[in-house]
Design a protein. Sequence first.
Length: 282
Amino acid sequence: MDCLFLGNSLVLFGLDPEAFATAYESASGQHIRCFNFAVPGVTVSGIVALARILAEDYHPRLIIYGVSARDFTGGVEAPAILETPWFRYRQGNFNIDGWLADHSYAYRYYLLYSHGMVTIEPALAHFKTKARRGFYPFTMTTMFDAAAVRRARAIAAATFGNAIDPQQLEAFNSLLSLPATDLQLALVEMPWHLAASEWTPDTATHYHQLMDDVAQRAQRSGAPYWETMSSPFVPDDGWVDLWHLNARGADVVSRWLGERVAHAVNSGALHLPHDTRPRPTP
């Protein structure tokens, strides 16, 4: 893989590697092959641990982190992926379950079966069809009324009213220091349906303070950072709920991001080597 997308469910449903690659190639003249490796509910500490493993295994040229303010707040119910046997094994804590998950395809099938997929082959066929390159497109579209907007304001206030977790900020610094000479890091702010200008003043202030801090840290490390909330461009029919994009919204955002990354490469802000390999057949 040339690039990997990391983040929470906003990225899983919101960044389409194929739409991104099409826009990138159109703007740069170079082919790029990407995969979406987002994990729902993950926080920054999980992202940095995952990035290290994926960088070691797949040697991507570029990691794109879809940033959400929720990744940094305390009190979120994030999946404890750092405590899973596989993560503990990859971080040097040997255990048989982690070793099997890393080495045995049969054990991976067992994990699928043990998590409720009684008939494995249809489940895998569905995943291959619907989640190519790791991206899962939502086809449903939801239009929101005034009650939904009020609910979104309450959710934003509850989410961004939590204190910033210092451990997550420290993990973010670790992520920014991860890239070596052959690995580039870029960040993009993931959009919400409700623009920050429509939030309560306290919520908007809290959000902007956090994301300005994130952007400044990224800038000091040399990692490009692109905002989306300051000028919303997702169409009204591009949402499946108040924060997750559907396939149409993901296509718009992914193509926009592909153009931004291509421009960063063309300007020298990112340094990705030209791809001289033959293009894969569809």
